[in-house]
Design a protein around this ligand. Structure first.
Ligand code: NAD
Length: 362
């Protein structure tokens, strides 16, 4: 079967990484027609927006997209393209597998966990009250009237909404993912002992949903305790489902457990198979055009994409080739070498060539 996939190359080092990724995915033999679309600050002059309608329409039409990183200029009211794409398409799941690969320097060798982060609620809902503003004073007064609690008048306030709807769909996603990927257990991560009505609701909902998945072990962990457990015994974690803020923090912790940003893939997933695959790392602008940065994270995001499309055999072959190149440690980029100035480091494109050669059995 041939697929049409939206490719958003991004900016900075994004286009080089995207080229490498398209080449290795094409080399799996899966037939893909790449629908190249654009987003980011470069689009502003041409389209008057950072996310042209054509890009959103393309993702809606094709349902599956893969994107290179996009620079978010600091200040100037520039909305993050990544956040906007997630919102417009209601991509409520952020999926971040964290897996150890031999050859990637890390303190751990046996990590294989998956973080399922809720993408739309919690402290990221964007409902904030600035300190000193009249509406903030009004809110502080209302809270006092409603609850008797006193908030200092010079406070800023961020609202943390967590709903049954939002919790149920993310927990179901985690269980469905566990089932489809032959994972054994799902842990709901929370701070329900303190945040009884937000995290408490998340946990209560998770416990209810878990009853529909008796084939998968279910338990919960308090987030601070889990952090300690992740750095002492990461091998015990399997699928972790978390509200937005804890998910954000633990995703980077997870990436750190397996050797950092260069090897950490991700996906944002919504309804009816709608999904945008992307590396966790940013656009590394200082290396733009130098054929230098590591394509592994975006290529592994491509592996996730192939699995999502049902092309499991091609995904396994590509992942095996990436693992083999990493393990050999020869045709790898500077960041995978013991020393960053190692003259034997290869470029982005050459690392992709080595992965393609491995798939061809060379
Ligand atoms: P960054 O991830 O671009 O870089 C952090 C460090 O990691 C830098 O030293 C960089 O050189 C290195 N690095 C990143 N990717 C690498 C790779 N593939 N191989 C080797 N080294 C790599 O983070 P930043 O500098 O904080 O952000 C740069 C820009 O990217 C910002 O504008 C930020 O908003 C944006 N960003 C975009 C995304 C996205 O599009 N999903 C994600 C994060 C950051």
């Amino acid at each position: 079967m041939a697929y049409t996939i939206t490719m958003i190359p991004g900016d900075g080092t994004g286009p080089e990484l995207s080229d490498a990724t398209m080449r290795v995915i094409d080399a799996t033999g899966v037939k893909i027609s790449w629908d190249i679309q654009h987003a980011g600050s470069d689009c502003l002059a041409k389209y008057g927006t950072t996310i042209p309608d054509a890009t959103i329409e393309s993702i809606k039409r094709n349902k599956v997209a893969i994107k290179g990183p996009i620079t978010t200029p600091v200040g100037g009211g520039f909305r993050s393209v990544n956040v906007a794409i997630r919102k417009i398409l209601d991509l409520y799941t952020c999926l971040r597998p964290c897996k150890s690969y031999a050859g990637v320097r890390s303190k751990y060798t046996n990590v294989d966990l998956v973080i399922v982060r809720e993408n739309t609620e919690d402290l990221y809902a964007g409902i904030e009250f600035e300190h000193g503003k009249p509406e903030t004073a009004k809110l502080i007064k209302s809270i006092h009237e409603l609850t008797g609690s006193t908030i200092r008048p010079d406070s800023g306030i961020s609202i943390k909404p967590i709903s049954v709807f939002g919790s149920e769909r993310i927990v179901r996603f985690a269980f469905e993912y566990a089932r489809a990927n032959k994972r054994k257990k799902v842990w709901a991560v929370h701070k329900a002992n303190i945040q009884k009505f937000s995290d408490g609701l998340f946990l209560e909902t998770a416990r209810r949903v878990a009853k529909d998945y008796s084939d998968i072990e279910f338990d919960d962990r308090i987030v601070d305790n889990l952090c300690m457990q992740l750095v002492t015994r990461p091998e015990e974690s399997d699928v972790l489902v978390l509200p937005n803020l804890y998910g954000d923090i633990l995703s980077d912790l997870g990436a750190g457990l397996v050797g950092g940003l260069g090897v950490a893939p991700g996906a944002n997933i919504g309804y009816n198979g709608m999904a945008v695959f992307e590396a966790i790392h940013g656009s590394a602008p200082k290396y733009t055009g130098q054929n230098k940065v590591n394509p592994t994270a975006l290529i592994l995001s491509g592996v996730l994409m192939l699995r999502h499309l049902g092309e499991s055999e091609a995904a396994a072959r590509l992942e095996k080739a990436v693992a083999s190149v990493l393990q050999e440690g020869k045709a790898v980029t500077y960041d995978m070498k013991p020393r960053r100035d190692d003259p034997t480091a290869v470029g982005t494109s050459q690392m992709a060539d080595a992965i393609i050669a491995k798939m061809k059995g060379k």
